[in-house]
Every structure is written in C-alpha cells, then in structure tokens.
Design a binder for this molecule. Structure first.
Ligand SMILES: [Zn+2]
Ligand SMILES: [Zn+2]
Length: 145
C-alpha cells in the first residue's frame, strides 16, 4: 500500500452513510486486504498507516463498517472475532481446532443454496452460518508425525 487515501474506498464509506476518516479508509482496506484478521492484527496494520488509534476506536469503526454491510464479522466458537471484506455471498468457513487458522469455503452448489432451510418456521432467512471444524494441513501433519 502506497497511499493512505483511496478515493473509491472513501466513496464507498460515504455511500454507506458513514463519515469518512483516514482511519476508516485504512481499516476497510486492511480488512479487505487481509485474510480473516482479528481485531489486534487489524489495529496494528491500521496504526502502521495512520498512526495511533485506540483499540476502542478500532472496535467502534469495525462495528460501524459491519453494520453498514461493508465488511463481515465471523465469530467461530471459542475464538475472537475475525473480519473479512468478502461479503454478500454467504460463503462458509473452515476453522482449525488447533491453531485457529480460517479459510473460505464456497457454498456447495449454486448461489447461497444453504439459505433454503428444510424448515424456515415462517422466518425470512437471509443468512446461513456454517462453520466446518477440523485440523489444518500443518496441524494434522504435526499430529501424525
Ligand atoms: Zn492448524
Ligand atoms: Zn471468509
């Protein structure tokens, strides 16, 4: 990253009804450029770009961006929240039980088929949260050797 202000990102923030700040621009770009980063990792990268920002401010900005639908928050049980820029496709995640590594898993067939619940109980369903748990290649190699 060479510039700290990308017009398109600022325009997206504005379009989502959010006040544009250097920190929010850096935050959105950091989440999009990262791979399911946690809050601490995001804060470190944002500080590298815009200088000091409190963890509290990072939390608040992440919350605003998530609420505006610009980023997605995933929270595997027992692990801290992660954030990603891949939104709107209801993809799933596979999480390593041992080291916490996270990877994307596309929906098994077509577009968001998991939204067709076998019983919707009259709810208007717009998201299905599926988390696959297991061991990542590195951890399974470490265990079997
Ligand atoms: Zn692992
Ligand atoms: Zn993902």
């Amino acid at each position: 990253m060479t510039s700290s202000q990308t017009p398109t990102t600022a325009a997206e923030l504005r379009g989502a009804g959010l006040r544009v700040t250097a920190a929010r621009v850096a935050l959105l770009e950091t989440v999009r450029g990262g791979d399911h980063l946690g809050v601490e990792a995001i804060a470190t990268r944002v500080r590298d770009r815009v200088g000091h920002i409190s963890l509290q401010a990072v939390y608040e900005a992440l919350h605003a961006l998530t609420a505006a639908g610009l980023i997605r928050r995933i929270e595997p049980a027992g692990s801290p929240a992660r954030f990603e820029g891949r939104i709107g496709d209801n993809h799933h995640h596979v999480v390593c039980r041992s080291c916490g590594a996270v990877a994307d898993v596309d929906c098994a067939t077509g577009g968001a088929p998991c939204l067709t619940a076998s019983e919707d109980h009259g709810f208007a369903i717009d998201e299905a949260e599926v988390i696959y748990w297991g061991l990542c290649p590195e951890c399974s190699t470490a265990r079997s050797s």
